[in-house]
Design a protein around this ligand. Structure first.
Ligand code: ZN
Length: 298
Protein backbone atom coordinates (compact mmCIF):
# COMPACT_ATOMS: atom_id res chain seq x y z
CA UNK A 1 0.00 0.00 0.00
CA UNK A 2 0.98 3.60 -0.49
CA UNK A 3 -0.23 6.79 1.12
CA UNK A 4 -1.14 9.73 -1.06
CA UNK A 5 -1.45 13.21 0.39
CA UNK A 6 -2.98 16.27 -1.20
CA UNK A 7 -1.83 19.44 0.47
CA UNK A 8 -3.79 22.64 -0.05
CA UNK A 9 -3.78 26.14 1.36
CA UNK A 10 -6.63 25.44 3.74
CA UNK A 11 -7.02 21.67 3.63
CA UNK A 12 -5.13 18.38 3.70
CA UNK A 13 -6.43 15.11 2.23
CA UNK A 14 -4.84 11.72 2.83
CA UNK A 15 -5.64 8.36 1.27
CA UNK A 16 -4.50 4.74 1.55
CA UNK A 17 -4.00 3.55 -2.04
CA UNK A 18 -3.66 0.01 -3.35
CA UNK A 19 -1.66 -1.23 -6.33
CA UNK A 20 -4.60 -0.54 -8.70
CA UNK A 21 -4.47 3.15 -7.72
CA UNK A 22 -7.75 2.91 -5.85
CA UNK A 23 -8.27 4.81 -2.62
CA UNK A 24 -9.21 2.34 0.14
CA UNK A 25 -9.50 4.83 2.96
CA UNK A 26 -9.77 8.56 2.86
CA UNK A 27 -9.13 11.16 5.56
CA UNK A 28 -9.20 14.93 5.53
CA UNK A 29 -8.74 17.96 7.68
CA UNK A 30 -9.47 21.65 7.23
CA UNK A 31 -6.94 24.01 8.77
CA UNK A 32 -8.33 26.51 11.28
CA UNK A 33 -7.39 30.18 10.95
CA UNK A 34 -5.25 29.74 14.09
CA UNK A 35 -3.42 26.74 12.58
CA UNK A 36 -2.74 28.62 9.36
CA UNK A 37 -0.55 31.10 11.29
CA UNK A 38 2.07 28.38 11.84
CA UNK A 39 1.06 25.70 9.39
CA UNK A 40 4.20 23.60 9.05
CA UNK A 41 4.09 21.73 12.41
CA UNK A 42 0.33 21.20 11.91
CA UNK A 43 0.93 19.52 8.54
CA UNK A 44 3.84 17.40 9.77
CA UNK A 45 2.10 16.26 12.96
CA UNK A 46 -1.08 15.40 11.07
CA UNK A 47 0.81 13.27 8.53
CA UNK A 48 2.99 11.55 11.16
CA UNK A 49 0.06 10.77 13.49
CA UNK A 50 -2.23 9.57 10.71
CA UNK A 51 0.40 7.36 9.08
CA UNK A 52 1.43 5.91 12.44
CA UNK A 53 -2.17 4.83 12.96
CA UNK A 54 -2.58 3.51 9.42
CA UNK A 55 0.69 1.56 9.73
CA UNK A 56 -0.95 -0.61 12.40
CA UNK A 57 -3.31 -1.96 9.74
CA UNK A 58 -1.38 -1.73 6.46
CA UNK A 59 2.16 -2.21 5.27
CA UNK A 60 3.04 1.19 3.81
CA UNK A 61 5.86 1.24 1.28
CA UNK A 62 5.82 4.86 0.19
CA UNK A 63 4.25 8.26 0.83
CA UNK A 64 3.58 10.81 -1.90
CA UNK A 65 2.70 14.44 -1.28
CA UNK A 66 1.09 16.75 -3.83
CA UNK A 67 2.30 20.25 -3.01
CA UNK A 68 0.69 23.52 -4.14
CA UNK A 69 3.95 24.99 -5.31
CA UNK A 70 7.41 24.23 -6.65
CA UNK A 71 9.30 21.16 -5.38
CA UNK A 72 12.69 19.60 -6.07
CA UNK A 73 14.31 16.46 -4.63
CA UNK A 74 11.89 16.23 -1.71
CA UNK A 75 12.22 19.91 -0.86
CA UNK A 76 9.38 22.41 -0.99
CA UNK A 77 11.12 25.27 -2.81
CA UNK A 78 8.25 27.72 -2.97
CA UNK A 79 4.58 27.84 -2.05
CA UNK A 80 2.48 30.95 -2.26
CA UNK A 81 -0.60 30.01 -0.22
CA UNK A 82 1.15 27.96 2.48
CA UNK A 83 4.10 30.27 3.05
CA UNK A 84 6.50 27.29 3.18
CA UNK A 85 9.74 27.89 1.29
CA UNK A 86 13.04 25.98 0.96
CA UNK A 87 12.02 23.29 3.43
CA UNK A 88 12.90 19.60 3.31
CA UNK A 89 9.57 18.17 4.47
CA UNK A 90 10.27 14.70 3.07
CA UNK A 91 13.41 14.32 5.24
CA UNK A 92 11.53 15.20 8.41
CA UNK A 93 8.62 12.85 7.71
CA UNK A 94 10.65 9.94 6.35
CA UNK A 95 13.06 10.05 9.30
CA UNK A 96 10.13 9.94 11.67
CA UNK A 97 8.11 7.22 9.94
CA UNK A 98 10.93 5.26 8.25
CA UNK A 99 9.00 5.37 4.97
CA UNK A 100 10.29 7.07 1.78
CA UNK A 101 8.50 10.32 0.92
CA UNK A 102 8.24 11.87 -2.54
CA UNK A 103 6.92 15.31 -3.49
CA UNK A 104 5.59 16.82 -6.66
CA UNK A 105 3.59 19.87 -7.70
CA UNK A 106 -0.14 19.23 -7.15
CA UNK A 107 -1.30 20.08 -10.68
CA UNK A 108 1.29 17.70 -12.12
CA UNK A 109 0.11 15.00 -9.69
CA UNK A 110 -3.47 15.55 -10.84
CA UNK A 111 -2.27 15.39 -14.45
CA UNK A 112 -0.67 11.98 -13.83
CA UNK A 113 -3.77 10.69 -12.05
CA UNK A 114 -6.18 11.81 -14.79
CA UNK A 115 -3.94 10.30 -17.45
CA UNK A 116 -3.68 6.98 -15.58
CA UNK A 117 -7.45 6.94 -15.12
CA UNK A 118 -8.09 7.66 -18.79
CA UNK A 119 -5.73 4.87 -19.92
CA UNK A 120 -7.31 2.47 -17.42
CA UNK A 121 -10.69 3.12 -19.06
CA UNK A 122 -9.33 2.98 -22.61
CA UNK A 123 -5.86 1.49 -23.09
CA UNK A 124 -5.73 2.69 -26.72
CA UNK A 125 -5.10 6.19 -25.33
CA UNK A 126 -1.77 5.15 -23.81
CA UNK A 127 0.39 7.01 -26.34
CA UNK A 128 -1.56 10.24 -26.59
CA UNK A 129 -0.19 13.67 -25.92
CA UNK A 130 -2.37 15.06 -23.15
CA UNK A 131 -2.57 18.63 -21.95
CA UNK A 132 -4.04 18.91 -18.47
CA UNK A 133 -5.11 22.16 -16.83
CA UNK A 134 -6.46 22.52 -13.34
CA UNK A 135 -8.50 25.68 -13.42
CA UNK A 136 -9.17 26.68 -9.84
CA UNK A 137 -7.75 29.36 -7.57
CA UNK A 138 -5.04 29.69 -10.20
CA UNK A 139 -4.19 27.61 -13.24
CA UNK A 140 -1.74 24.75 -12.98
CA UNK A 141 -1.17 21.83 -15.25
CA UNK A 142 1.03 19.36 -16.95
CA UNK A 143 1.75 17.69 -20.25
CA UNK A 144 1.93 13.94 -20.85
CA UNK A 145 4.00 12.91 -23.87
CA UNK A 146 4.70 9.26 -24.75
CA UNK A 147 3.12 8.20 -21.46
CA UNK A 148 5.41 10.40 -19.38
CA UNK A 149 4.99 13.70 -17.61
CA UNK A 150 7.21 16.36 -19.14
CA UNK A 151 9.42 17.99 -16.53
CA UNK A 152 12.23 20.50 -16.44
CA UNK A 153 15.65 19.75 -14.97
CA UNK A 154 16.22 22.98 -13.07
CA UNK A 155 12.66 23.23 -11.79
CA UNK A 156 9.51 21.26 -12.48
CA UNK A 157 8.68 23.64 -15.33
CA UNK A 158 5.54 23.68 -17.44
CA UNK A 159 4.04 26.56 -15.46
CA UNK A 160 1.11 26.65 -17.84
CA UNK A 161 -0.89 29.21 -15.86
CA UNK A 162 1.95 31.70 -15.97
CA UNK A 163 2.28 32.25 -19.68
CA UNK A 164 1.56 35.94 -20.21
CA UNK A 165 -1.54 36.65 -22.26
CA UNK A 166 -1.63 40.41 -21.64
CA UNK A 167 1.36 42.73 -21.59
CA UNK A 168 1.36 44.89 -18.41
CA UNK A 169 -1.80 43.08 -17.36
CA UNK A 170 -3.16 42.23 -13.92
CA UNK A 171 -0.39 41.56 -11.36
CA UNK A 172 0.00 37.86 -10.54
CA UNK A 173 1.07 36.31 -7.23
CA UNK A 174 4.16 34.96 -9.03
CA UNK A 175 5.44 38.53 -9.41
CA UNK A 176 4.74 38.92 -13.13
CA UNK A 177 1.91 40.76 -14.84
CA UNK A 178 -0.78 39.51 -17.18
CA UNK A 179 -0.45 35.77 -16.44
CA UNK A 180 -3.03 33.43 -17.99
CA UNK A 181 -4.34 32.46 -14.55
CA UNK A 182 -5.28 36.06 -13.72
CA UNK A 183 -7.79 35.89 -16.59
CA UNK A 184 -8.64 32.21 -16.85
CA UNK A 185 -8.88 30.93 -13.27
CA UNK A 186 -12.33 30.10 -11.98
CA UNK A 187 -11.56 32.24 -8.92
CA UNK A 188 -11.18 35.38 -11.04
CA UNK A 189 -14.33 34.51 -12.98
CA UNK A 190 -16.37 33.98 -9.80
CA UNK A 191 -15.02 37.23 -8.32
CA UNK A 192 -16.32 39.19 -11.31
CA UNK A 193 -19.69 37.43 -11.26
CA UNK A 194 -20.16 38.00 -7.52
CA UNK A 195 -19.24 41.65 -7.86
CA UNK A 196 -21.69 42.19 -10.73
CA UNK A 197 -24.57 40.37 -9.04
CA UNK A 198 -23.84 41.72 -5.56
CA UNK A 199 -23.30 38.26 -4.12
CA UNK A 200 -21.23 38.06 -0.90
CA UNK A 201 -17.70 36.59 -1.18
CA UNK A 202 -18.51 33.63 1.09
CA UNK A 203 -21.29 32.15 -1.09
CA UNK A 204 -20.23 28.65 -2.22
CA UNK A 205 -20.27 27.11 -5.69
CA UNK A 206 -23.68 25.36 -5.41
CA UNK A 207 -25.83 28.36 -4.42
CA UNK A 208 -23.75 30.57 -6.71
CA UNK A 209 -24.57 28.39 -9.73
CA UNK A 210 -28.27 28.54 -8.89
CA UNK A 211 -28.21 32.35 -8.78
CA UNK A 212 -26.18 32.49 -11.98
CA UNK A 213 -28.61 30.23 -13.83
CA UNK A 214 -31.43 32.65 -13.12
CA UNK A 215 -29.43 35.75 -14.01
CA UNK A 216 -27.28 34.67 -16.97
CA UNK A 217 -28.17 37.70 -19.07
CA UNK A 218 -26.70 40.06 -16.50
CA UNK A 219 -23.32 38.36 -16.73
CA UNK A 220 -23.26 37.52 -20.45
CA UNK A 221 -20.37 39.90 -21.16
CA UNK A 222 -18.35 38.44 -18.25
CA UNK A 223 -18.94 34.93 -19.59
CA UNK A 224 -17.88 35.96 -23.09
CA UNK A 225 -14.69 37.63 -21.91
CA UNK A 226 -13.85 34.65 -19.68
CA UNK A 227 -14.30 32.13 -22.48
CA UNK A 228 -12.32 34.34 -24.83
CA UNK A 229 -9.40 34.60 -22.35
CA UNK A 230 -9.50 30.85 -21.65
CA UNK A 231 -9.49 30.14 -25.38
CA UNK A 232 -6.49 32.44 -25.88
CA UNK A 233 -4.42 30.73 -23.19
CA UNK A 234 -5.38 27.21 -24.22
CA UNK A 235 -4.77 27.93 -27.91
CA UNK A 236 -1.24 29.13 -27.12
CA UNK A 237 -0.64 25.81 -25.35
CA UNK A 238 -2.17 23.85 -28.23
CA UNK A 239 0.20 25.61 -30.64
CA UNK A 240 3.18 24.49 -28.55
CA UNK A 241 2.22 20.94 -27.56
CA UNK A 242 -0.30 19.92 -30.24
CA UNK A 243 -2.14 17.68 -27.76
CA UNK A 244 -4.51 14.90 -28.83
CA UNK A 245 -6.59 15.51 -25.72
CA UNK A 246 -7.08 18.43 -23.37
CA UNK A 247 -8.42 17.69 -19.89
CA UNK A 248 -9.75 20.50 -17.74
CA UNK A 249 -10.04 20.01 -13.98
CA UNK A 250 -10.27 22.06 -10.80
CA UNK A 251 -13.25 24.20 -9.81
CA UNK A 252 -13.91 24.88 -13.50
CA UNK A 253 -15.39 21.40 -13.82
CA UNK A 254 -18.35 22.52 -11.65
CA UNK A 255 -19.13 25.42 -13.99
CA UNK A 256 -18.12 24.03 -17.38
CA UNK A 257 -21.62 22.80 -18.27
CA UNK A 258 -22.86 26.40 -18.17
CA UNK A 259 -20.54 27.33 -21.01
CA UNK A 260 -21.70 24.51 -23.27
CA UNK A 261 -19.53 24.26 -26.39
CA UNK A 262 -18.52 27.91 -26.29
CA UNK A 263 -14.93 27.24 -25.20
CA UNK A 264 -14.29 24.73 -27.96
CA UNK A 265 -15.99 27.00 -30.48
CA UNK A 266 -13.85 29.94 -29.38
CA UNK A 267 -10.65 27.89 -29.74
CA UNK A 268 -11.61 26.64 -33.19
CA UNK A 269 -13.18 29.79 -34.62
CA UNK A 270 -11.14 32.67 -33.20
CA UNK A 271 -8.11 32.47 -35.50
CA UNK A 272 -5.89 31.44 -32.59
CA UNK A 273 -4.58 28.11 -33.86
CA UNK A 274 -1.47 27.80 -36.02
CA UNK A 275 -2.65 24.42 -37.35
CA UNK A 276 -6.32 24.90 -38.06
CA UNK A 277 -8.37 22.00 -36.78
CA UNK A 278 -11.91 21.31 -35.66
CA UNK A 279 -11.29 18.06 -33.83
CA UNK A 280 -10.27 19.58 -30.50
CA UNK A 281 -10.87 16.88 -27.88
CA UNK A 282 -11.80 18.84 -24.77
CA UNK A 283 -12.69 16.76 -21.71
CA UNK A 284 -13.59 17.45 -18.12
CA UNK A 285 -11.45 15.74 -15.47
CA UNK A 286 -13.01 12.69 -13.86
CA UNK A 287 -11.31 12.28 -10.49
CA UNK A 288 -12.24 15.54 -8.76
CA UNK A 289 -10.60 15.92 -5.36
CA UNK A 290 -9.08 12.43 -5.52
CA UNK A 291 -6.71 13.42 -8.34
CA UNK A 292 -4.10 14.97 -6.06
CA UNK A 293 -4.10 12.05 -3.60
CA UNK A 294 -3.83 9.40 -6.32
CA UNK A 295 -1.39 11.41 -8.44
CA UNK A 296 0.99 11.98 -5.53
CA UNK A 297 1.96 8.30 -5.54
CA UNK A 298 2.27 8.08 -9.34
ZN1 ZN B 1 1.98 34.34 -12.72
Amino acid sequence: MKIGIDLGGSHIGLGVINSDNNILENYEKDFTEEEKKDILPVIENYIINMVNNIKKQYDIEEIGIAVPGVTKNGIILRTINLGINNYNISKKISENLHIPVKLRNDAKCACLAEYAHMVKEDSSLKDITMLFLTIGTGIGGGVIYNGKLLEGHMFEGYELGHIVIKENGIPCKCGKNGCFEKYGSILEYKKKVKQRLNIPENVNADPLREIMKARREEIADIDNQYISDLALGISNLINIFEPDTIVLGGGYSHFSYMFGNSLKDAIVNSNLLFNKRNDIDLRIAKLGNDAGIIGSIL
